[in-house]
Design a protein around this ligand. Sequence first.
Ligand SMILES: Nc1nc2c(ncn2[C@@H]2O[C@H](COP(=O)(O)OP(=O)(O)OP(=O)(O)O)[C@@H](O)[C@H]2O)c(=O)[nH]1
Ligand SMILES: [Mg+2]
Length: 433
Amino acid sequence: MKFLDQAKVFLKSGDGGPGAVAFRREKYIEFGGPDGGDGGRGGDVVIEAADGLNTLIDYRYKQHFKAQRGHHGMGANRNGARGEDVVLRVPVGTQILDEDQQTVLCDLTEAGQRRVFLRGGDGGHGNAHFKTPTNRAPRKFHPGWPGQEQWVWLRLKLIADAGLLGLPNAGKSTFLAATTAAKPKIADYPFTTLAPNLGVVRAGEEEFVIADIPGLIEGAHEGHGLGDRFLGHVERSRILLHLVDGTADDVVASYRTIRNELEAYGGNLADKLEVIGLNKADALLDEEIEEKKAALEEASGAEVMVLSGATGQGVHKVLYRLLTVIKESKEEEPEVIHAPATRSIPRPPVGQKLPDDEGGMRWDEELGEWVGGEDEDLEADESEDDALDEELSDEEALEDGDDLDESEEDESEEEAGSEGKDSDKDGTGRHGA
Ligand SMILES: Nc1nc2c(ncn2[C@@H]2O[C@H](COP(=O)(O)OP(=O)(O)OP(=O)(O)O)[C@@H](O)[C@H]2O)c(=O)[nH]1
Ligand SMILES: [Mg+2]
């Protein structure tokens, strides 16, 4: 299944149904009074965290979610039925962010959690409601209250107890495969892992979840490599396992590169507890291990554990350390860690940064593309980077989809709406009865 961890969707709760204008008309009964019922309430937009989902890919293909409007009231004091809710099933760990991506509106951290995100509008009163001693035949009715509508971002931040970090090829996926039943792709080229993988470690009675994310490189926060967006999936971790490839010439530089990216990402990441692992010990001589371990300890000011995901050397000790911290942290704070809002929009791709004064171009965070300046500049810039091209074409495809959806649905709604209202407003008799 394709992995997608962010999507922008339009939500609308149902409008309330209009009240009816109707009068009792029956043989032998004179002066039958007003008996138009109330309209039904519009459907809600409900968000539900579903077990067994781990991607937002469904929201790439459908972006508009509208709950049904309430049914209209009818004669003989019959109230309209309630509109049907629209339910969005999202993976556990999904946040709903405001359109500005700054505010977390809702954070679903447990399977089965349900939130009424937008309430449907109330139905309007029928004319029976407006009768008074002085106006015994009112033709007044209320058309119903409108529903609410909003564009929001869905952002998935997977929930794992421990997060794996490191440069590409540090051996993160190998570690995950060695300690859990997960079967991530492993190969000796960078960026083997393109989307996060989760695995469950079973240690005796206990178990915990590890997340393996794509490798980070220098400048990931500026969009280099795969960018740093995947760090969102370790934001809720209680501890990070930072793997450093022991066969690298300068392990301290490797370590610092990742630390810098954590700082640049912001959120709560740089302050998280971290276990540092000098990996691939099987490929190193003993004195190399000693030397590199000492250098790393000096640079980090923390103890460095030596391990090899390939042979299993030192792996149990690392798992035990992780488990101890996770257990302590869960005792202190059993709730899933609330992750702050972090930017989920694409960042300027590599080499695309233009100074603000150059041609008046600037990077538009909302659109994820360069805006302003001369068109020629824009084209030249776009063709430089394949990644950008892909992003743009994806977005265009989505936008086209939006337009279609909207125009279709709007038309059908308008038709339905105008029929409904005509029959209400002519005020000549029973509404829909
Ligand atoms: N000798 C040795 N090789 C290892 C060890 N762990 C991983 N490797 C090798 O290092 C290479 C990269 O391993 P991966 O597990 O794919 O690395 P990764 O960190 O997941 O890399 P990305 O997914 O690209 O970020 C593979 O060829 C592995 O076989 C180890 O402990 N010892
Ligand atoms: Mg990997």
